[in-house]
Write a protein that binds this ligand. Structure first.
Ligand SMILES: [Zn+2]
Length: 88
């Protein structure tokens, strides 16, 4: 088993972004028995077995975003870019 490293702190997501995240289904990664969810690129995940699920569901299951990889701000800006690209 990997050593029980310290948990990364929680991303400070602003209220407007939280509303957006609650509706997103982009995939984030979680670890068993750990409170944070991460982007698949997060360095903290290296070598750990993770499970993927939609960020909306991670939120509903009371997971909180990792401050190292900042999944909320990343997914929200990705979402806003998609909206921009979709407009004529
Ligand atoms: Zn992370």
């Amino acid at each position: 088993m990997p050593p029980a490293d310290e948990e990364p702190s929680e991303e400070d997501t602003d209220a407007a972004d939280l509303l957006v995240v609650a509706d997103l289904v982009d995939e984030v990664r979680v670890l068993d028995e750990r409170p944070r969810y991460h982007l698949s690129s997060c360095s903290w995940l290296a070598g750990r077995p993770t499970v993927g699920l939609p960020v909306q569901e991670a939120r509903q299951l009371q997971f909180t975003p990792c401050a190292l990889c900042g999944p909320d701000s990343t997914l929200v800006s990705r979402h806003r870019a998609r909206l921009r690209d979709a407009s004529p």
